[in-house]
Design a protein around this ligand. Structure first.
Ligand SMILES: NC(=O)C1=CN([C@@H]2O[C@H](COP(=O)(O)OP(=O)(O)OC[C@H]3O[C@@H](n4cnc5c(N)ncnc54)[C@H](OP(=O)(O)O)[C@@H]3O)[C@@H](O)[C@H]2O)C=CC1
Ligand SMILES: O=C1O[C@H](COP(=O)(O)O)[C@@H](O)[C@H](O)[C@H]1O
Length: 501
């Protein structure tokens, strides 16, 4: 590391200490749609120190006034009336500055140093740009002498396109920042119910004691998206649903469900356990891929009753593309706790609704004494709803009421709906929590380098064989639950996707 800024050696304090936040890619989709609104919310909740400043950086010719105007419009478009607060809005917009900067031009980086001036406060560098730029930005920031020894960098997913490129990107960031100062975002880890998985599993003996292959028959993880690719053809066609969603979000959810109890809540204690899960994922042999993996691509269909184009007809599309917009697969965590328990994962774009949910299917009792016709009902399910309508429901069996019903069983939920149970508390967006955790310096909701690498290693078994075989993905109409083969994949095991949406 070259000499850090002598004027910027103050460590981070708590959230009452002012920081500088340099936002690379400040005019992009993520920054305008999520990051700046999240920062506004933190300001409104009095979680930004009075002197904290934010510098927007991008190659476009704006100045601070026009940038503030753009952000004001982005806030208007995204916040509900209840969330708009004139005083907070004015205060937040005043924190913003803008500097045009071409990220690949070393000379431009003087602008960051000029902005920082003689400030001694630490800086968060947020890279809301494609991963191919991470190395350049970190390197040029360092060369320009704009970094202090405590500064932190936040990087977006996906880190790289495969294991080799991810290693190259991580090496380049690692040349400048030590691992303890690198915050790799997986925004699913910031979602309220995802964090509740940790509380649910490790604070409730009822579940903690049952959480293994003796009591659980199988697990489903569904992350369904109603949207298509939203004008992101260039990015998405190169990535596909495997790299965009499975390599990160779905595998992170799987890790949180499958990991052993960490010895404490420290970042490394949790991340050590997640890595063990990733290492224990069963290899996807060619036979397993044939039987247990389905990839699909949407064709024209409907969404909310309106016609929508197929993937190959989206703006900018290459009509020959074999990129998948849907993946369903079965895997297993080959260890003592989970041997023989299938984990069924599915995710896709242009499905009928936006829904992220995990269903834990418990085993039936060893001896059954009720109506033989109802035998298939007799197992508990724990449904963990991540979005929308965050909540947890435990499906239990009770006696059907009525004089003439005998001992008929009736399934029903013991339901915790977060919005109804805690009506006064707004559920914060994932990015609000993650940005706050960066400022507090807590890394447990961020992904360590080895997690990224093991996840790539496992996913590459699929991406490499798809590329080698060049067979097209299965088609599914927009507005359906994916290719019929994804239903057959689970029914071949005598099971079905949980459908009580
Ligand atoms: N958008 C989303 O919902 C999500 C995005 N991500 C990740 O977040 C990151 C940002 O994504 P997103 O906001 O969609 O991307 P965008 O392309 O919308 O935003 C990137 C911004 O950076 C600018 N930029 C790109 N290259 C340069 C350069 N060389 N010099 C100066 N400015 C440059 C772009 O300008 P220009 O427009 O001229 O190219 C654009 O304004 C990516 O890593 C993505 O994978 C992760 C999860 C969700
Ligand atoms: O990371 C990504 O996530 C979004 C889905 O996020 P959600 O919070 O709306 O569930 C996905 O649309 C996007 O393609 C992907 O890059």
């Amino acid at each position: 590391m070259s000499q850090p800024r002598s004027a910027s050696t103050e460590p981070f304090g708590d959230v009452s200490h002012a920081i500088d936040l340099a936002l690379f890619g400040a005019l992009g989709d993520l920054a305008q749609g999520k990051l700046l609104p999240a920062l506004y919310q933190l300001d409104r909740e009095a979680l930004l120190a009075a002197d904290t400043r934010i510098l927007g950086l991008s190659r476009h010719a704006h100045d601070t006034a026009s940038f503030r105007q753009l952000v004001a419009e982005a806030l208007d478009a995204r916040l509900t009336d209840d969330e708009q607060d004139a005083e907070s809005r004015t205060r937040f917009l005043r924190r913003l500055d803008y500097s045009p900067l071409e990220f690949t031009q070393a000379a431009d980086y003087a602008a960051v140093g000029d902005w920082r001036g003689t400030a001694t406060r630490p800086m968060v560098v947020y890279l809301s740009v494609g991963a191919r730029l991470y190395g350049d930005i970190c390197g040029y920031l360092q060369q320009s002498g704009s970094l202090g020894e405590h500064d932190r960098v936040v990087v977006e997913k996906p880190v790289g396109h495969d294991l080799a490129s991810s290693n190259a990107v991580n090496d380049a960031i690692g040349e400048v920042f030590p691992e303890k100062q690198i915050y790799r975002i997986d925004h699913y880890l910031g979602k309220e119910t995802v964090q509740n998985l940790i509380a649910l599993r490790f604070a409730n003996p009822l579940f903690g004691n049952q959480w293994n292959q003796n009591h659980i028959s199988h697990v489903e993880i569904t992350v369904a998206e109603k949207v298509g690719i939203e004008g992101r053809w260039g990015y998405f066609d190169d990535a596909g649903q495997l790299r965009d969603m499975v390599q990160n979000h779905l595998l992170q959810l799987l890790c949180l469900i499958a990991m052993d109890p960490p010895s404490n809540l420290d970042a490394d204690a949790i991340r050590d356990e997640k890595v063990k899960v990733l290492k224990a994922l069963k290899p996807l042999t060619p036979e397993a891929q044939e039987r247990d993996v389905v990839r699909g691509q949407y064709i024209a269909g409907t969404s909310d009753g309106q016609p929508v184009p197929g993937y190959l007809e989206e703006d900018g599309a290459n009509p020959q593309s074999h990129t998948e917009t849907f993946v369903a697969l079965k895997t297993e965590v080959a260890n003592w706790r989970w041997a023989g328990v299938p984990f069924y994962l599915r995710t896709g774009k242009r499905l009928p609704e936006k829904l992220s949910q995990i269903v834990i299917h418990f085993r039936q009792q060893p001896h059954y004494i009720f109506d033989p016709d109802q035998r298939s009902l007799a197992a508990n399910k724990l449904v963990i709803r991540l979005q929308p309508d965050e909540g947890i429901a435990l499906q239990v069996l009770t006696k059907d009421s009525g004089l003439d019903k005998g001992m008929r069983l009736r399934p029903g939920p013991l339901h915790l709906d977060f919005n109804n149970a805690y009506p006064k508390s707004r559920i914060p967006d994932a990015y609000e929590r993650l940005l706050l955790e960066v400022m507090k310096g807590r890394q447990y909701l961020f992904v360590r380098r080895d997690e990224v690498e093991y996840a790539w290693r496992w996913c590459e078994q699929l991406s490499e064989s798809w590329q080698a075989r060049s067979t097209p993905p299965r088609r599914y109409p927009a507005g359906s639950w994916g290719p019929v083969a994804s239903i057959a994949m689970i029914t071949q095991d005598g099971r079905s996707w949980y459908e009580d949406y």
